[in-house]
Design a protein around this ligand. Structure first.
Ligand SMILES: Nc1ncnc2c1ncn2[C@@H]1O[C@H](COP(=O)(O)OP(=O)(O)OP(=O)(O)O)[C@@H](O)[C@H]1O
Ligand SMILES: C[C@@](O)(CCO)CC(=O)[O-]
Ligand SMILES: [Mg+2]
Length: 408
């Protein structure tokens, strides 16, 4: 258990194929984004106070440790070899997780994110993974992260990542009830995956790493229309109940589509024919998501703009209903066509990002891995909460910029 301050960080994701159908045990393909959440954990000035500080959403809350009925709560905690165990029900797990704080002094948990919130890029999962990894460090349930940013993933400590992945799913359950687990899996492990939740909820999901993820040229466009994943997942569930056979066919089509995309993406040679197939599958996937009722006029607008300038294939990504769309760009798209689209996106109030996919998963920045004369500045709560924008956070803490970040 560490009582020195530390940071943890985990990435957002882009779902290329299979959002929503992933909830119904169909395969889906997603990759880690270079936008991330950062969580600072620091001993409280008053050791009896547990404080959450989430300035991005204007939330700050404190508990006095002595007001929490720890002894009663502990009766519900199941542990194996000292590690808290995950079960299917949510409530006991939350209690269990909280009870990990029994043996640590009061802590401050402060979160900042470079991810747009509620925009389909897995902002909730990145937070859930940060919290799960911080609790795992504090509870002594994982080994110290020790793999450098540039090191090959073969030396990864899989057991610890699996532990964090499982517990972060509990966090995602708090956010939206019935998550497939794909977002927190990518936020934990990074890279790119084919993911499938099992029909039996007790069985672990299947995750196939896609090591040779093809170099896809991708544009991300944010409608900035806020929406909630919980509401959209509930909407699809209602559609399934009302039109069960029709909706089952749509979900089956999504399954075939994700499988076809996977076959193309793992080919040793990824040329123009393969990228064209992916674009065609992207178009079909968007159509199926529209049929499930999770698009939005602003997402359709992005699609119309992209299609009219012929820049590539556009689909919504994540839960939809607003948030972001992705465009798989044509290889031969002209600069003029692209610039015209970007101008139109901007004129409509949309924000575009050029991003790279397949980056690092969860990582930690420990106190002792920061140069002594820089520690005070790096772990300053005041500086952390006051960063103005994404660029300031990335410059001061970015896993790719700041030496000392370690991974499992
Ligand atoms: N920086 C942050 N600080 C605090 N809470 C956050 C932050 N980012 C995300 N959240 C939490 O996550 C919620 C948004 O999660 P939601 O699942 O609806 O969208 P998303 O994860 O961004 O998109 P998707 O699930 O489609 O990938 C917010 O309402 C908030 O509770
Ligand atoms: C909509 C959804 O498929 C993806 C949200 O990013 C929900 C989930 O899989 O948990
Ligand atoms: Mg989410």
């Amino acid at each position: 258990m560490s009582t020195k301050p530390f940071f943890v960080s985990s990435p957002g994701k882009v779902i290329l194929f299979g959002e929503h159908s992933a909830v119904y045990s169909k395969p889906a393909i997603a990759a880690a984004l270079d936008l991330r959440a950062y969580l600072l954990v620091k001993p409280s000035e008053d050791p009896n106070i547990i404080r959450l500080d989430f300035p991005d959403i204007g939330l700050s809350h404190s508990w006095n440790k002595n007001d929490i009925p720890w002894t009663k709560i502990k009766e519900y905690v199941q542990a194996k070899e000292g590690k808290p165990q995950i079960s299917e029900e949510l409530i006991p797990e939350i209690i269990d997780l909280l009870s990990d704080n029994l043996n640590v002094p009061g802590m401050l948990y402060s979160v900042r994110s470079t991810l747009p919130i509620g925009a389909g890029l897995g902002s909730s999962a990145a937070i859930a993974v940060c919290l799960a990894s911080a609790m795992s460090i504090l509870g002594g349930h994982v080994a110290k992260a020790s793999v450098d940013y540039d090191a090959k993933s073969t030396s990864k400590n899989h057991e610890d990542e699996e532990f964090i992945d499982k517990w972060s799913l509990m966090g995602e359950k708090c956010f939206h009830g019935n998550p497939s687990g794909i977002d927190n899996a990518v936020a934990t492990h990074g890279g790119a995956v084919m993911f499938q939740r099992m029909k039996n909820p007790a069985a672990p999901s299947v995750r196939t790493n896609m090591r040779n993820f093809p170099p896809i040229s991708l544009l991300l466009t944010n409608t900035k229309i806020p929406r909630s994943t919980a509401a959209l997942v509930a909407g699809v569930s209602a559609l399934n109940t009302k039109y069960s056979k029709t909706s089952a066919s749509i979900l089956d089509a999504m399954e075939h589509l994700a499988n076809e995309a996977y076959q193309v993406m793992v080919k040793p040679f990824f040329g123009p024919e393969e990228t064209r197939t992916l674009r065609e599958l992207t178009e079909i996937n968007h159509g199926l998501l529209v049929a499930l009722g999770v698009s939005h006029p602003s997402l359709e607008k992005i699609k119309i703009i992209g299609d009219s300038h012929r820049i590539g294939a556009t689909k919504l990504t994540g839960a939809g209903g607003g948030g972001c769309a992705i465009t798989l760009l044509n290889e031969n798209v002209s600069k003029a066509e692209l610039d015209n689209s970007l101008e139109e996106f901007e004129a409509n109030g949309f924000e575009t990002y050029r991003t790279s996919l397949g980056g690092k998963g969860v990582g930690a920045l420990y106190y002792e891995n920061v140069q002594e004369d820089k520690r005070e500045e790096v772990f300053s709560e005041i500086a952390f909460t006051k960063f103005k924008d994404r660029e300031e956070i990335i410059q001061a803490l970015g896993v790719q910029n700041v030496s000392g970040w370690k991974f499992w």
